[in-house]
Design a protein. Sequence first.
Length: 428
Amino acid sequence: GCDPTGCGGGTARSWPERGRLGDAEAVGHRSRFRKGNFQPKQHLEHLAEKLKLLDLEGGREEKEHLCSWRKRTIAFRGDAKASGSSRDGPRARGSPTTADVEESAQEDREQIHSDLEKLKKQREEILELKISGERRCQDYLTQTEVERQKIVSEFRQLRRFLKDQELILLARLGELDREMMRRQEEEETKITGEISLLDVLICEMQKKLEQPASRFLQVRCSNGQDRRGGKVGSAQRTTETFLDLGRRLHVISQQNCVLREMLGRFQAFVTLDPDTANTRLILSRDRRGVRWTDAGQDLPTTPQRFDASCCVLGCQGFTVGRHCWEVEVAGGRTWALGVARRSVPRKGWLEFQPEKGIWAMGRCGNRYRVFTSPITTFPATGETGRVRVALDYGGGQVTFYLAEREPPIFTFHKASFGGESIFPFFWV
């Protein structure tokens, strides 16, 4: 007879009831195959191809999910007495029939079809998520572009408005200067004329002093009335002139205050970085304030923390543009503030110098100190209140203002930032 397994001998060999194919353990059918009609090697190869395909589709977990087939290996059981001869009849013991194989294959097809539908549905859901995500992303990109155009347009209008206001206020100040000079000249002319008139009257009165006594009283009274009237008139005109000019100057100053308040809304929102704070500094809950304490705190040691100097940096650094912020100094008479490079030393005592990466000013007792080389000092009276720090990164300038005064206290010019991030700096 034929040797379907290629093992020779003309007898069907006995196969184990349980075996492993890949990762799937299979239990064999106990039905027998008809000799001559079934080729076990081909069926095993076919089943191996299916398992290999499942393995390529996604690994063991997906294979076990997809291959919910009855994990089995077709076991061929032969009886030594019934194998090896075509005389044993068409139904040799242990050989499944063609109908059994077809039934098993049909079940496999149905299971694969069911799993295939699930995979297709899952793919459609994932594809829908992908399309939905792309749509949302595109919507956000569209919105950001719209906002970008709005910002560009509004700032263009704002720059135009500020430029117009600058020209208007400067023009009004110039007009006020000219008006003041014109009125001053007019007053000088009038006063000069009155002085000349008074000189004439004085001369006349001196001459009339030599007249007889009968006419002296009459002349003195009439000339005295004229002189008093002229004096009152000149004083009144001068007072009214300066009152009017003062009112106009106050209006211009108020308009400038409105602009300053508007610009104040664009101040940098400074919060303090707790990872940089010295252990003797206690930050407020919102990290917008700091105070010194005599007892050090038990804080983790970080490379960013100042270990000797009682300093702290702001969270946000600046590498471009103009920025300003105000600091309220509450009752302290020993402090310093300004800006510092990211690379400023954190370990050991600091030297507050531009060469060391710190541009700062502060107060020590009754004197303000600007940390130049050498230090610049000037008197300080009363409480400091608020200090405004203005950073112009591109222009290389750091300027300090007392909030109640318009002119700056001091400006560092030609500051070399070296392309580093510049952070708000505080020493308490």
